[in-house]
Design a protein around this ligand. Sequence first.
Ligand SMILES: *[C@@H]1O[C@H](CO)[C@@H](O)[C@H](O)[C@H]1NC(C)=O
Ligand SMILES: *[C@@H]1O[C@H](CO)[C@@H](O)[C@H](O)[C@H]1NC(C)=O
Ligand SMILES: *[C@@H]1O[C@H](CO)[C@@H](O)[C@H](O)[C@H]1NC(C)=O
Ligand SMILES: *[C@@H]1O[C@H](CO)[C@@H](O)[C@H](O)[C@H]1NC(C)=O
Ligand SMILES: *[C@@H]1O[C@H](CO)[C@@H](O)[C@H](O)[C@H]1NC(C)=O
Ligand SMILES: *[C@@H]1O[C@H](CO)[C@@H](O)[C@H](O)[C@H]1NC(C)=O
Length: 199
Amino acid sequence: MHLGFEIAFLATSFFGSCLSRSTGSPLCNITLTQMTTFMTGSNRSLNFGLAKQEISNGIQVTVGNPNPATYKGLLLWTNIGSFAAPPTDSGFRYVNFTKCPASVTHANAVLKTNPANFVWIPPPTTSNYTVEFRAVVVYNRTNWQFLDPLVTNFTIPTVVNQPQPQPTPTPSPSAGISISPSYAKMLMCILFVVAINGI
Ligand SMILES: *[C@@H]1O[C@H](CO)[C@@H](O)[C@H](O)[C@H]1NC(C)=O
Ligand SMILES: *[C@@H]1O[C@H](CO)[C@@H](O)[C@H](O)[C@H]1NC(C)=O
Ligand SMILES: *[C@@H]1O[C@H](CO)[C@@H](O)[C@H](O)[C@H]1NC(C)=O
Ligand SMILES: *[C@@H]1O[C@H](CO)[C@@H](O)[C@H](O)[C@H]1NC(C)=O
Ligand SMILES: *[C@@H]1O[C@H](CO)[C@@H](O)[C@H](O)[C@H]1NC(C)=O
Ligand SMILES: *[C@@H]1O[C@H](CO)[C@@H](O)[C@H](O)[C@H]1NC(C)=O
């Protein structure tokens, strides 16, 4: 199937910046209203969900689907802490580590397969946190899903007295994603109007 794309210009300078952004979300987070406005279509079940597993230095968050399912776009964010840097070859990246270290998005147009694992790192202070993971998975403009939020109370392990690991903006091969990419030529920009021709 051949798909041709043309990124439409949007009136505001803010979203105009997406002209150069076929590779992920410029926003740290997004609402259902924004998605409905910027994409066509509506929130629907693509059977994706969020799951978690506590690990030694935080929480591993999984964006998964019980069935084999591919998608192009992802925005995953939380209210606190940060994500470990997605490896450069994972197909994911920080939105902007300085601005929102707890937001990751897709980095390229390659189809993503599930599951994708991300490592959330708690803030470097000793406390207990309520962490809310939220995500949008985009298959295409009209088919996308707001995942049910994953809310969890994270308890700092009492045995841990050493400093928490600090995230860095430099992608680390050991940090937290396992992705097996398949290949597609579709460009996806999760947040913008993308005019699709030739379908
Ligand atoms: C969304 O991201 C902005 C930064 O762009 C931040 O100020 C705000 O707190 C975030 N909101 C949520 C609900 O995460
Ligand atoms: C989006 O749709 C999914 C799947 O039907 C549903 O679980 C989720 O609650 C919806 N989210 C919103 C914000 O409507
Ligand atoms: C990331 O966010 C910071 C702080 O808001 C901003 O100064 C910087 O220009 C942003 N970087 C990019 C590449 O947008
Ligand atoms: C965090 O929660 C655990 C379990 O409820 C508790 O034992 C611990 O004292 C709490 N720590 C802080 C800093 O509140
Ligand atoms: C999105 O994918 C669905 C399912 O394959 C298809 O029916 C629909 O036409 C596609 N929409 C766009 C805008 O490509
Ligand atoms: C988190 O802790 C708060 C305060 O103890 C409690 O009200 C809430 O139900 C907890 N949430 C979860 C998901 O366990």
